[in-house]
Design a binder for this molecule. Structure first.
Ligand code: URA
Length: 199
């Protein structure tokens, strides 16, 4: 009997935590949608906060949305996104099970690299997403995402590896956009993602 009640209690509790996390994420998304704290807020069509389950165990972090993401408000739906889908398949990870986001939540015109100011203004949103979702593992895509978590280190020395920091695990690779531009990078990234499950 005790066992039965414990299971019900744990079940209800887990559901409550999930609903709470979903609500908190929704509130945060509304906040992001209103954000005009840097110049990117002027020309964007949509903010792209990210998507995925509020209790995801894995968070995938890219650089910034592209034109199609800007149009749809969804992360990684353009060419780089289609390559990311392939990479997740290679790693045996279901896209719908992970939370996918980027360091910067608005499209930098002409896909330019986000400025220091744009990164600084958006980082609190990412921190809040991590706080709410509390994922165990991160997949960092590209130099910008890597440098935010591991400043001063070189991505090329750590790609294809899991790193540990503050009890969280981080898998490092190049950004999928590099893979669709250069065959050499495509091969490296695919090789990296083959290792995710094995390591
Ligand atoms: N690149 C990113 O870093 N994020 C996206 O959402 C799309 C492309």
């Amino acid at each position: 009997m005790f066992f039965y009640y414990t299971i019900i209690f744990v079940g209800v509790n887990t559901k409550l935590i999930f609903v709470n996390k979903e609500l908190e994420l929704k509130k945060l998304n509304q906040e992001i949608r209103k954000c005009r704290s840097c110049g990117l807020g002027k020309d964007r069509k949509n903010t792209v906060p990210g998507e995925g389950p509020a209790n995801a165990k894995i968070m995938v972090i890219g650089q910034a949305p592209g034109a199609l993401e800007d149009k749809t408000g969804r992360p990684f739906v353009g060419r780089a996104g289609r390559f990311l889908d392939e990479l997740l398949k290679i790693a045996g990870i279901k896209r719908e099970k992970v939370f996918i986001t980027s360091i910067v939540k608005c499209f930098p015109p002409k896909n330019r690299k986000p400025s220091e100011e744009e990164i600084e203004k958006d980082l609190p949103y990412l921190k809040k997403q991590i706080e709410i979702i509390n994922p165990e593992k991160f997949i960092l895509l590209g130099e910008l995402a890597f440098s935010v978590f591991f400043p001063g280190k070189k991505l090329k020395d750590f790609r294809g590896k899991w790193l540990k920091k503050d009890k969280k695990d981080y898998f490092i690779s190049y950004h999928p956009a590099a893979g669709i531009r250069f065959v050499k990078f495509k091969k490296i990234i695919e090789k990296d993602f083959k290792k995710i499950g094995k390591l």
